[in-house]
Write a protein that binds this ligand. Structure first.
Ligand SMILES: Cc1cc2nc3c(=O)[nH]c(=O)nc-3n(C[C@H](O)[C@H](O)[C@H](O)COP(=O)(O)O)c2cc1C
Length: 207
């Protein structure tokens, strides 16, 4: 079994999403003695710019044209990133809420790898995701708590976006672990983190 951890927070030492993801991963490793873990930090990984040769490579693929060597190189970089997702049985994504959505570097990774004939196929029958069979665990950290003041249907573009992405790439099993109120000081933070960590350990025993 192989687990990929996509780190979406730049905070590292103080990150609530990475902290809870680590609780999940440590518990998962206990249940999978031979399991391997790959970490993809979107803040230190050289994500390919999606313009120029990469964009032309995408449209060459869509229109059935032969790619130039430069376009092939750009596409190879995208495939190499996507391969890290294909190798995983379980994908854990640490996702800070930023402006009620997700951080731009995580969106950059998703935009780079979510391509036709890479993570999905698309024809007259519609969209078919190619990552089926994998399990995704989204650790969604946010400063506020969703609820009456911030109703999820109006404010939660974080969970909604990650659920949509799972569905678009064919992943049916998408678990969301929330850690909320991370901006309300160490006490509230500690309480929400420990509750989320406990949920993470319980989930890890099932995956
Ligand atoms: C640029 C930025 C934007 C943020 N926007 C929101 C927001 O819209 N809603 C919210 O609840 N928290 C927001 N926060 C707070 C973070 O979601 C919170 O600190 C969370 O714990 C971040 O995850 P991390 O601890 O894993 O880095 C924002 C933080 C930053 C740095």
């Amino acid at each position: 079994m192989h687990l990929l951890h996509i780190e979406g927070s730049p905070r590292k030492q103080r990150s609530a999403s990475i902290d809870v993801a680590h609780a999940f991963i440590d518990a998962w490793k206990e249940g999978h003695a031979d399991g391997t873990v790959d970490t993809l930090d979107v803040w230190t990984t050289d994500l390919p710019a999606f313009d120029g040769a990469a964009l032309d490579a995408k449209y060459a693929g869509l229109t059935g044209q032969t790619r130039t060597p430069e376009q092939e190189r750009a596409w190879d970089a995208i495939r190499a990133l996507a391969d890290r997702l294909f190798r995983a049985d379980v994908i854990v994504v640490s996702v800070p809420m930023w402006n009620f959505g997700i951080p731009y570097r995580l969106k950059h990774l998703i935009d780079a790898v979510s391509q036709k004939d890479v993570l999905f196929s698309f024809d007259e029958r519609g969209l078919t995701g190619l990552l089926g069979g994998r399990k995704v665990v989204v650790v969604a950290a946010r400063g506020i708590a969703l609820g009456p003041d911030y109703p999820a249907q109006d404010f939660d573009f974080q969970g909604a976006y990650m659920r949509m992405w799972c569905s678009m790439v064919g992943i049916k099993e998408c678990h969301i672990l929330a850690v909320e109120k991370t901006l309300y000081g160490p006490e509230a933070d500690a309480e929400s983190r420990s509750a989320a960590r406990a949920n993470a350990v319980t989930l890890a025993a099932r995956l």
